[in-house]
Design a binder for this molecule. Structure first.
Ligand code: PLP
Length: 283
């Protein structure tokens, strides 16, 4: 497998960054994950727009012109022969003597790109079974709209989910409402067929899958309500699901050990999963 690191394509096992990289020392960097289908990048322009926003919010300069970045990402996908899978891009503030404040002189941001194949059949099977979710207290910083590599709370939440036999963790804020998953956006479907998800603010990541899915729902005339919901409402919902670039629409069949609906993936989630890529842009 091949990775791109700061201008070079290297064997993944030998690919490394400087120990003084601010990504390594301070998690001072941002990332994007795009789905790869048929060897092409799904909704790439939207991911790049979000990357630019994350960089701007953290005052990290753009490491290279976006068309050049597109070439690198396609090249990594191609060199790894990924037809179905993911491409990962990370940009950090760069390498500098360890000091919390920004380096006094501009440094070049570091860029890493990797890609890996996913097992399509296995993912379809997971979606056919549905996943389990547990709720955990929201303990992240109040700017999770920035897709930063600072993911320690997400790591711990996912681990807690795994140890409880679940796949994803849903954060619940001090107001009692679900914010989002540790690596996904959270959705429910009410018993009268309305799809509910929280509106975007600094408290959740504006998922690209979320945004595209809203267009899908609009086209299919599925009713949407952008508002927060509580775990109690989710337990009683007809359906639940999560969205992310790596899972697209993944049905949720249990929350905190309570069965959602009839314990099978819901019809709306299944339909949205099937229709999703008709509305995606392929680059
Ligand atoms: N929320 C969090 C915390 C995430 O990490 C992710 C993606 O990994 C998402 C939401 C979904 O975003 P996207 O659909 O752009 O992958």
């Amino acid at each position: 497998r091949i990775a791109y690191v700061n201008g070079r394509y290297r064997e993944l096992r030998n690919a490394s960054v400087n120990v003084q990289d601010r990504g390594y020392q301070f998690a001072d960097g941002v990332y994007e994950v795009c789905e790869v289908r048929g060897g092409r990048l799904v909704d790439y322009p939207r991911h790049m727009a979000r990357l630019q926003r994350s960089l701007r919010e953290l005052r990290i300069s753009e490491p290279m012109p976006l068309p050049a970045l597109a070439i690198v990402m396609h090249e990594v996908v191609w060199r790894n022969r990924v037809t179905y899978g993911l491409v990962y891009l990370q940009v950090t503030r760069g390498v500098a003597r360890r000091d919390h404040a920004f380096p006094p002189h501009p440094v070049k941001p570091s860029v890493v790109v990797t890609a890996r194949a996913l097992n399509y059949e296995k993912n379809q099977q997971t979606a056919a079974n549905g996943i389990k979710v547990v709720t955990v207290p929201e303990n992240r910083w109040p700017r999770v709209d920035i897709k930063s590599v600072s993911l320690l709370p997400n790591v711990l939440a996912k681990q807690e989910a795994r140890e409880k036999g679940a796949y994803e963790a849903w954060y619940v804020g001090s107001d009692g409402f679900v914010t989002e998953g540790a690596s996904s956006n959270a959705w429910i479907v009410t018993t009268d067929g309305r799809v509910v998800t929280r509106s975007v603010d600094h408290g959740i990541l504006a998922g690209i899958t979320r945004a595209v899915l809203m267009e899908v729902m609009d086209a299919l005339q599925i009713r949407l309500e952008e508002r927060p919901f509580t775990p109690a409402e989710a337990y009683e919902a007809a359906e639940a699901f999560v969205t992310s670039a790596s899972q697209i629409v993944m049905p949720v069949v249990a929350i905190d050990g309570r069965t959602v609906g009839n314990g099978q993936p819901g019809g709306i989630a299944r339909r949205l999963r099937e229709e999703f890529h008709r509305f995606s842009a392929f680059s």
